[in-house]
Design a protein around this ligand. Structure first.
Ligand SMILES: [Zn+2]
Ligand SMILES: [Zn+2]
Length: 281
């Protein structure tokens, strides 16, 4: 939520506070974390008394692509005319849907067309154990209806554990035991999270054995369509967080055989979408 407001050119603590309705202490804590990780920088804008504002760094601005992919997903699957974010306008004058396309062949990027292989940086920074006990509380904040937006997407990417589970599903994991060994979590916690993902419409349960009865968990079309968002998050991570060894994964676009270099375009004019060429209507 803070990032979306920052893209909407909000910079000051009080404006973030009024628009998110977060408790001041929580907001201060989140902003400090965003400064720590390099997404925001604090800039003094007044001397007496000293006041700071929060500006996106180049690394923070580069999250715009992932934010557009969140908007795309929500708009496609959970359209809500009341939410301002669904009225995102492009410089061409149209309310638009951002699309993730391959720079080489211009096709829209979908999960089944992309192959992942280990890259030079693979294995140097193993994923951290999900912090199950510190589950995101994003969904509990009750924002102003005017700011109502993106609750599902925020739950998906605001919870590291849920993101890991979805990412595992994209690599072909389907069965309870396989998720458990991939993610290293207790069975009761895994059951709870899988149930939540089913509630969210991201996973569905399918029986694959009768006696004893066994189920597997598959991404629904809604879940599979999170792929462009995951691609954008990977691209951002590769650009800003990869080690000197290079990216941990190389993605190849099967239809054209080229390394996947995504770009985000407008579904009306097909031009590339940037933070300066969009406006929340
Ligand atoms: Zn391609
Ligand atoms: Zn356009």
């Amino acid at each position: 939520m803070i990032l979306f407001l920052a893209f909407d050119r909000v910079r000051r603590f009080d404006v973030f506070q009024t628009r998110t309705k977060m408790a001041r202490s929580l907001l201060a804590n989140r902003l400090a974390r965003l400064v720590d990780v390099g997404v925001f920088c604090r800039v003094e804008y007044q001397k007496r008394p000293v006041r700071h504002e929060y500006r996106l760094t180049p690394m923070g601005l580069d999250l715009f692509g992932a934010s557009l992919m969140i908007i795309r997903w929500e708009k496609l699957w959970f359209p809500d005319p009341e939410a301002p974010i669904h009225w995102l306008e492009h410089a061409c004058g149209n309310v638009f849907l951002p699309e993730l396309r391959c720079s080489a062949c211009d096709r829209e990027v979908v999960a089944r067309d992309v192959v992942a292989e280990d890259g030079p940086g693979a294995g140097f920074d193993p994923p951290q154990m999900p912090r199950v006990q510190r589950r995101s509380r994003v969904a509990r904040i009750d924002p102003d209806p005017h700011e109502k937006m993106l609750e599902r997407a925020l739950e998906v990417i605001g919870d590291r554990w849920i993101t890991h589970t979805i990412a595992s599903a994209f690599t072909g994991v389907r069965r309870f035991g396989a998720f458990q060994s991939e993610l290293g979590v207790a069975p009761n916690i895994l059951s709870e999270r899988l149930a939540r993902l089913i509630d969210l419409g991201i996973f569905e349960r399918q029986r694959y054995q009768e006696k004893p009865e066994r189920f597997e968990y598959r991404l629904t079309p809604v879940g599979r369509d999170l792929f462009p968002l995951i691609v954008e998050l990977i691209r951002w991570g590769d650009r800003w967080l990869a080690t000197d060894k290079g990216p941990p994964q190389i993605l190849t676009h099967r239809p054209c055989g080229q390394p996947l270099v995504p770009r985000i375009t407008c579904d009306h004019c097909h031009e590339v979408v940037t933070v300066t060429s969009t406006r929340i209507g």
